[in-house]
Design a protein around this ligand. Structure first.
Ligand code: PLP
Length: 389
């Protein structure tokens, strides 16, 4: 009988070893790719014990799920076909027709579009709350008898907002709401939301967890009860990960701590460089003492992340910068080893109507940076020439 319960004390060790099959299957040091859709029948007592890729129970799934649970300090985890599969399946597992959820003011555009466009058809309503400048009294005004869940992001996309997450947990507990956080931008290296009492953590593993821009995947972590509820719905919706992707995901995950440490340090240096320039209107980065999210991030996080954004003043200047930088690639997505730059109004938030975008501060001159693991001095020199020329 293969055992997947190995778990260690430190995150760095867990990222390499937690959940590895014991005894090692066929003596393999690395979990092999189990490219088999189905498995021989054993003594299954329930439908979800039948071994089948869609039921997320191949050795690749078991290892990855145990490893992610260990990384996020959770009891249980589920891997999914994408970050959006993790997010939508988790929302739908806890919020049904006729029910309502509260959402952070700025969310990843795909999540926002799902709630705005599909929510009404599913009879699921949502109300945005300001978790940065607002107070629990304001949030209370948005509550309804049918409110079930509150959805936030640890560091929001693309403004890098960090809300008062402990207040969100206290508020949710006092009103019997499930708390769900998208921890994609922080990664468990910088923040483990379950430690402050958040119920459910979701990730786009496409980003930092895998870290090499070569797969699309997602994850859900929390208590066994909460994760089982999401797993049950995923069996029906079918957004499960395939073993090849799981293999790449596991391989990338092993170096998460090293990558993120470098990305934290380089992003801080880039943010300070940009903030020191007179021709940059504002830099959004929770590591800067002037940032509205700095106090919460300093208290709760062990690092400020590899993502930042800045306002160039006008769209032409933003476009010139994007075309002149040599090292960062001009592309959407984030969290890989290569630095990326993009205008969120043209990528993650293209689906959000322009007036709503502008009202949130996602203006056309906003440039978002995903810091890679290149030499930070060379990156800064490249930014400098692209802004100066
Ligand atoms: N959450 C955040 C914060 C994201 O940035 C993204 C993608 O850009 C997603 C979720 C969606 O993830 P995926 O593209 O893996 O479905």
């Amino acid at each position: 009988m293969t055992d997947y319960s190995d778990r260690f004390d430190r995150l760095e060790t867990n990222l390499v070893h937690a959940g590895a099959p014991r005894p090692n299957i066929g003596g393999a040091v690395v979990t092999p790719i189990f490219q088999s859709a189905n498995y021989l029948m054993a003594d299954e007592g329930a439908y979800d014990e039948v071994r089948y890729i869609r039921l997320s129970n191949s050795p690749n799934h078991f290892t990855l799920q145990a490893r992610l649970a260990a990384a996020e300090e959770g009891e249980s985890a589920l891997v999914t076909a994408s970050g959006m599969a993790a997010i939508t399946t988790s929302i739908l597992a806890f919020v049904g027709a006729g029910e309502h959820l509260l959402t952070q003011r700025t969310l990843y555009g795909g999540t926002q579009n799902f709630l705005d466009e599909d929510g009404p058809r599913l009879n699921i309503a949502h109300t945005a709350i300001d978790t940065v400048a607002g107070s629990p009294a304001d949030w209370e005004a948005a509550l309804r008898p049918e409110t079930r869940l509150i959805l936030v992001e640890s560091i929001s996309n693309p403004l890098m907002e960090v809300g008062d997450l402990e207040a969100v947990v206290a508020f949710a507990r006092s009103h019997g709401l499930i708390t769900m956080i998208d921890n994609t931008f922080a990664s468990p290296v910088n923040f483990r939301p379950l430690e402050i009492g958040i119920d459910l953590v979701v990730h786009s593993a496409t980003k930092y967890l895998n870290g090499h821009s070569d797969i699309v995947a997602g994850a859900v972590v929390g208590s066994a009860t909460h994760v089982d509820r999401v797993r049950h719905l995923l069996l029906h919706l079918g957004g499960s990960i395939d073993p090849n992707t799981a293999f790449l995901f596991e391989r990338g995950l092993k170096t998460l701590a090293l990558r993120v440490a470098r990305q934290n340090s380089s992003a801080m240096q880039i943010a300070e460089f940009l903030a020191g320039r007179d021709d940059i209107e504002r830099v959004n980065y929770p590591g800067l003492p002037s940032d509205p999210g700095h106090a919460v991030a300093r208290e709760l996080f062990s690092g400020f992340g590899g993502m930042l954004s800045f306002y160039t003043g006008d769209v032409e200047r933003a476009e010139r910068f994007l075309s002149r930088v040599r090292i960062p690639l001009h592309a959407a997505s984030l969290g890989g080893v290569e630095s990326l730059v993009v205008r969120p109004s043209r990528s993650s938030h293209l689906g959000v109507p322009p007036t709503a975008r502008e009202a949130l501060g996602i203006t056309d001159d906003l440039v978002r940076v995903s810091t890679g693991i290149e030499d930070p001095g060379e990156l800064i020199a490249d930014f400098e020439q692209a802004l100066d020329r």
